[in-house]
Write a protein that binds this ligand. Sequence first.
Ligand code: NAD
Ligand code: UDP
Length: 386
Amino acid sequence: MASSARVDLDGNPIKAMTICMIGAGGFIGSHLCEKLMAETPHKVLAVDVYNDKIKHVLEPASLPWAGRIQFHRINIKNDSRLEGLIKMADLTINLAAICTPADYNTRPLDTIYSNFIDALPVVKYCSENNKRLIHFSTCEVYGKTIGSFLPKDSPLRQDPAYFILKEDASPCIFGSIEKQRWSYACAKQLIERLLRVPENGLEFTIVRPFNWIGPRMDFIPGIDGPSEGVPRVLACFSNNLLRGEPLKLVDGGQSQRTFVYIKDAIEAVLLMIENPARANGHIFNVGNPNNEVTVRQLAEMMTEVYSKVSGEPALEVPTIDVSSKEFYGEGYDDSDKRIPDMTIINTQLGWNPMTSLWDLLESTLTYQHRTYAEAIKKAISKPVAS
Ligand code: NAD
Ligand code: UDP
């Protein structure tokens, strides 16, 4: 519960602040709203076009934090109320984005607008009104690892110097312009570069999330999102498991990812919010280097965990291979491996993730089963209209 005795990492009392959170109705925003309401005295001006994922935080009016959170249904592309909200706040957090890979190659223009053009007024208003900004970028700005260009049998591929991703040292390596997959990474990179221009005089922090996963991520196609929609891998695999279908491995599922539990990652964001002197001017990797798997291993682990939490037997053939062209269409490409260097976030904020991949999948798939299993059963049993 909120208490006046809360202190920052340097022992100074933390003053209650007003936060303008853009994209508050999304996956990360919903967890951040929950955390800020339950554990801090801060106020939130929650901006989004949707609020389904934060309804439980906004209503009913009897909630202990009622009055500390207000929802503003605003599309930041074209709404003059945005500047007023940023002026009212001490801090702005920008989470708004198109950030599902299936969109990067099929809707590159929307992706570039959403991740660069639409973020520009937010930077401008913060800079003109001397307001602090925490901007959400992505680990995808690193693109591919240097090691991925070495011969397959090169021993250097095992050398961390060729794959660990460091905020202040690693290059950003994207595919060719034909590979529209990189439209997102490129737009995020450009906004990061803009934030760092000293002339902006901006107090900023950049967050690079490395595959944060947990409850409320994306949507389940045909249930709370379009039937033809392709969410990120956690929701794709959850959907397959809920429907009793094999999990689809894109190009053999050889790419590697490190997954961090959303609740661990939110702790890191709270440290940034409440320790401006330690967070301003920095770019932070936020991920869990200990939770690395190939996508194939993720599929196998999710199959095992889902069988445990649902009590249903696993399929005899739990995965099938699909080509990226078939799954995502032309212009898809992939990051081969993503392990965050943790030096900066350890030094500045003393943060480390706690939750193992097995544990975070167990709690997340328990949520997915509880939330969607009935609805999926009903959807499957509905007679198809002739
Ligand atoms: P999300 O899609 O769940 O949330 C984004 C929210 O922004 C949505 O609720 C959406 O409605 C809102 N939004 C988009 N455009 C808007 C507009 N024009 N006006 C108002 N609201 C708008 O995504 P998320 O996973 O919560 O990601 C949040 C941020 O973190 C994004 O910037 C994303 O690029 C970044 N990120 C997340 C991850 C991850 O692991 N989840 C990884 C890398 C980067
Ligand atoms: N992927 C897959 N099957 C799916 C969905 C995704 O094999 O049903 C792969 C995808 O090609 C990528 C990885 O899983 O290699 C992670 O994809 P995600 O959409 O979560 O986003 P990314 O980590 O690439 O940003």
